[in-house]
Design a binder for this molecule. Structure first.
Ligand code: DER
Length: 241
């Protein structure tokens, strides 16, 4: 079973199980969600559904627009926003890692701020991922660190403060196809917190980090997810809730 197929079966399971006609749906970011939006548009076409999509990033917006056109569901699959739809029925999004308590690390794609806002406005938050994300504890498999979105002018004091208080190392995320650091859709920088201690009290740590002036949001999604679907190597879909 390829990783891509594992992503696809998790995404399809989530869309087929949770999406209903006239739903307002939060659309996450990343590569797994690509399959979810594809399946959404296919269902809208085949079942004559009418749904409203709220993107969590520019990438998610592009995904929605592209699939509306591909499946010719311009009038049935609507692109909207939180101003018009502040209450979301279900949000479907990926994750970088999921622990045994359904806590998540998100933000590998740099979209954590809007993802967390949309997830927090959703009645149900469904995580879709391949088997690589299915961990016992945060940091077990995902080694790229916990993303923290920060106001650019404050990244050094925030880095120093978290390293001093909690240990590990924070690295400014640098762009690949652009000189300099990654700049998020919201105009901020991202610090990736690596080599953090495991099995920490993530709810308390998240709250404390959020209080640091200049921290906009963390990639710690604690007690937010309703359920996770993992595409497994044997072709099955594992559910965790
Ligand atoms: O940036 C994000 O939070 C993404 O959802 C990420 O965590 C999952 O990306 P993937 O589906 O490409 O693995």
């Amino acid at each position: 079973m390829s990783v891509e197929t594992a992503k696809k079966i998790a995404a399809y399971k989530a869309v087929d199980t949770y999406v209903k006609n006239r739903h307002v749906i939060g659309i996450g970011s990343g590569s797994t969600v690509v399959y979810a939006v594809e399946r959404l548009a296919e269902r809208v076409q085949n079942e004559n559904l009418n749904i409203i999509c709220i993107p969590t990033s520019f990438q998610a917006k592009q995904l929605i627009v592209a699939n509306k056109s591909r499946f010719q569901v311009e009038n049935e699959m609507h692109l909207s926003d939180l101003e018009n739809h502040p209450e979301i029925d279900v949000c479907i999004d990926g994750a970088d890692e999921v622990d045994c308590h359904l806590n998540l690390i998100k933000g590998g794609g740099g979209c954590l701020l809007q993802e967390k806002i949309i997830a927090s406005c959703s009645k149900q938050f469904i995580v879709i991922a391949d088997y690589r994300k299915n961990s016992s504890y945060l940091g077990e498999q995902y080694k790229n660190g916990i993303p923290i979105e920060v106001i650019p002018m404050a990244f050094v004091p925030i880095k120093n403060r978290i390293e001093k208080r909690f240990g590990g190392k924070l690295e400014l995320r640098m762009a690949i196809a652009k000189a300099g650091p990654v700049v998020t859709d919201n105009g901020n920088f991202i610090l990736d917190w690596i080599n953090f201690k495991h099995n920490l009290k993530w709810e308390d740590i998240n709250r404390e980090i959020k209080m640091i002036p200049g921290v906009v949001e963390t990639g710690l999604f604690i007690k937010m997810a309703t359920k996770a679907y993992f595409g497994m190597q044997d072709g099955s879909v594992k559910e965790q809730d």
